[in-house]
Design a binder for this molecule. Structure first.
Ligand code: 2BA
Length: 109
């Protein structure tokens, strides 16, 4: 069994959860915040059988869209100077960031 953690954009979450649920995946949705943009995103966690991992990732890949976002709030990340002037930066966010981990044990008690 694998443990999948997928960080997706809030806008894509409902559609992806619906599709995953239709295909029989048991998903938990968590509200999360990106460290760079400090904006809300969604983290899905899911325990899946090994032979279902690619199906899960395929759904996420199909439904997650890349979007451009403008940020100026975290320009400190981009500067080492104390006297920097904040300026807007365009970043491309997602598709999705997906981690797949081995599960040592899984119990429902
Ligand atoms: P954020 O950390 O808010 O990052 C949003 C987007 O900003 C990133 O999109 C990337 O395009 C850009 N970005 C992030 N750090 C940057 C930096 N130091 N300099 C310039 N641009 C930077 P994605 O790569 O698609 O990531 C979307 C969200 O996925 C991230 O939100 C974070 O919540 C999560 N994430 C991405 N990689 C991760 C990782 N290795 N570990 C944990 N979470 C990750």
């Amino acid at each position: 069994m694998k443990f999948i953690m997928a960080i997706i954009q809030d806008e894509d979450a409902i559609q992806i959860i619906d599709m995953l649920s239709e295909r029989g995946f048991k998903v938990t949705k968590m509200a999360s915040t990106g460290g760079f943009l400090r904006a809300g995103n969604t983290t899905l966690i899911c325990g899946v059988e090994d032979d279902k991992v690619e199906e899960f990732i395929g759904i996420v890949e199909k439904k997650c869209k890349s979007r451009k976002q403008i940020t100026s709030i975290n320009s400190a990340h981009l500067s080492t100077s104390e006297n920097y002037v904040p300026y807007p930066v365009e970043v491309t966010v997602g598709g999705a960031t997906v981690f797949v981990l081995d599960v040592a044990d899984f119990r429902r008690v």
